[in-house]
Design a protein around this ligand. Structure first.
Ligand code: VGL
Ligand code: ZN
Length: 203
């Protein structure tokens, strides 16, 4: 995948997807190498913050009896139960105080992999005149995939942070297939270098 060069500008927002303790090592639904996205996302966060651009952070925010949990016939171990340590953002993630938190899948009978599903994310973005989204986080093959799909079908331009995503890979290749799917639908790949280079060239 060849990253495209882009400078961040007014109308852009960063969406950090589900960087929560339960998705990292020691958590209940470990994403392999999930911790590796944290320092990279911190660099994107500072790029956006320095340019006074909005940062959003989604979080999986389930009740203890959520329908996606195995006890209820769902496919996942209990994870990201609202108010528990597993649901907290990873402490090393340097979210600015101004970040907008988007909680999803907070009702027992409904799951949501997309940050747009059942939330006010779209409204918040329109309110801030955002039309381009830079999206990274966890997990590539679930919440990142579905957030990117919804963003594209809602008319946003999407830049996928290919160095700041990791997959669950329940089936080998799920992550690669998810990236292919997002790019085929029109997301454009970027990495720290292709974003930072373009924007620092202006300074
Ligand atoms: C996620 C599985 C279950 C995710 C959330 O954030 O990608 N994956 N719930
Ligand atoms: Zn979940």
């Amino acid at each position: 995948v060849d990253p495209v060069s882009v400078s961040v500008q007014a109308g852009d927002a960063l969406i950090v997807v589900d960087v929560q303790n339960d998705f990292l090592s020691g958590g209940n639904l470990r994403v392999p190498a999930g911790e590796e996205v944290v320092p990279v996302l911190n660099r994107y966060i500072s790029e956006f913050s320095h340019n006074h651009l909005p940062v959003f952070a989604t979080r999986d925010w389930h009740p203890p009896d959520h329908c996606s949990f195995s006890a209820r016939g769902g496919g996942w171990p209990p994870h990201c139960v609202a108010g528990t340590r597993g649901a907290e953002f990873v402490p090393e993630l340097a979210l600015p105080e101004t970040a907008t938190i988007i909680s999803k899948a907070a009702r027992a009978e409904q799951d949501a992999y997309s940050g747009f599903d059942g939330t006010n994310l779209h409204r918040e973005l329109r309110h801030r005149d955002v039309h381009r989204l830079f999206i990274g986080g966890l997990a590539t093959d679930y919440c990142v995939l579905n957030t990117v799909r919804d963003a594209l079908s809602s008319g946003y331009e999407v830049f996928l942070l290919i160095d700041a995503i990791r997959a669950v890979d329940l089936k080998a290749g799920d992550g690669v297939r998810a990236v292919d799917d997002m790019l085929r639908r029109g997301a454009r790949p970027v990495d720290l270098q292709s974003v930072a280079t373009a924007s620092s060239a202006e300074n």
